[in-house]
Write a protein of this length. Structure first.
Length: 305
């Protein structure tokens, strides 16, 4: 029988739920695949695969397409660490189209250091970052823009929403439509409420997935892509919150700040850390307002470790 193309929706202890045009199949990996791709997870949610179906109604994953993007911990991307081929990376999700970082305008107050760390991860992994400023009903539109517009200015997409009043929910929905999105953010910012506003019941599902996956550092007992009625998928991945930046070398950090990156070549010293050197183009830009102090503070805090 011809292999059927499909998408892995769910991965649990060696079993994968694969969605195909002929329905969902519970599959295992063909043995020969296990010999390949050892450094990182063999198969993960979001992987495009082909399966063969068995007489008993189950399936066998025959091939896994190369990943366009990946969100993982213990990433082998970017840095110069030696022997990284021996590192065991855990793929949280394969082929995400975007990462949507949800923060509240208030209650809880937005934690911009955390947002900046999330954005660096997205930059490291080449996944477009979208910022969702929820609970916009709690402060004035001007106050909200004072907090989040700086991200718009450096090129990120910012959506102001309120799951309570419905403001911005259509825009949020349009952003999810047809894409594979990873949703991340601190608890209490309204992620579940927003998803429920997009599709009734969706927030409940992500919550049960989160609770299952937050237990234990390396367990992906229950990671899942949730199909949207409007097309596309959402993964609310609690794993991303625990992602450390250990794999970003201090001297490459400046490359992951989109507004700092273009200035680096103008610094007086090649190896400028942008922390205290004279002739630093980055510090000059902070002084004249071209780079926001908030972002520069995040840079300094992460750079100093
Ligand atoms: P999660 O932990 O990120 O999934 O957050 P929840 O969706 O559970 O929301 C946390 C709390 O914030 C709940 O009491 C929600 O009713 C409330 N909430 C969610 N969205 C909004 C919003 O846009 N405005 C206001 N005022 N409250 C909200
Ligand atoms: Zn510098």
């Amino acid at each position: 029988m011809d292999p059927t193309p499909g998408l892995i929706l769910k991965a649990q202890s060696g079993f994968f739920t694969v969605r195909t045009s002929a329905g969902d199949f519970t599959c295992q990996l063909r043995g020969k695949l296990k010999k390949e791709r050892l450094a990182i997870d063999l198969a993960a949610i979001g992987d495009q695969v082909t399966i063969s179906t068995q007489p008993d109604g189950t399936g066998m994953i025959e091939s896994i397409a190369p990943r366009r993007t990946v969100l993982m911990r213990g990433t082998p991307h970017g840095s110069k660490r030696v022997d990284r081929s021996k590192e065991k990376g855990q793929v949280l999700i394969a082929n995400p189209d975007q990462a949507v970082f949800v923060f509240a305008c208030a209650n809880p107050a937005p934690h911009l250091r955390m947002l900046d760390r999330f954005i660096i991860l997205a930059e490291v992994m080449h996944v477009p970052a979208v910022i969702c400023a929820n609970k916009a009903d709690l402060i004035t539109p001007q106050a909200a823009r004072n907090i989040f517009d700086l991200y718009l200015q450096i090129g990120y997409h910012v959506i102001y929403t309120s799951a309570s009043t419905g403001q911005g929910v259509e825009e949020f929905k349009d952003r999810l439509r047809g894409r594979l999105s990873v949703l991340a953010g601190p608890s209490g910012v309204g992620k579940s409420s927003l998803l429920n506003a997009v599709q009734p019941g969706l927030g409940i599902k992500t919550r049960s997935v989160s609770e299952a996956t937050t237990k234990g550092r390396h367990t992906t007992v229950h990671s899942e892509l949730l199909p949207l009625d409007i097309g596309g998928f959402v993964a609310d991945t609690p794993g991303i919150r625990a992602l450390a930046l250990w794999d970003v070398e201090p001297d490459e950090l400046d490359a992951y700040f989109v507004e700092i990156r273009p200035l680096v070549s103008e610094c007086e010293f090649n190896d400028c850390t942008h922390l205290n050197e004279s002739g630093c183009a980055v510090r000059k830009a902070v002084v004249n307002g071209a780079i926001s102090e908030s972002r520069y503070n995040s840079y300094c805090m992460i750079r100093k470790g």
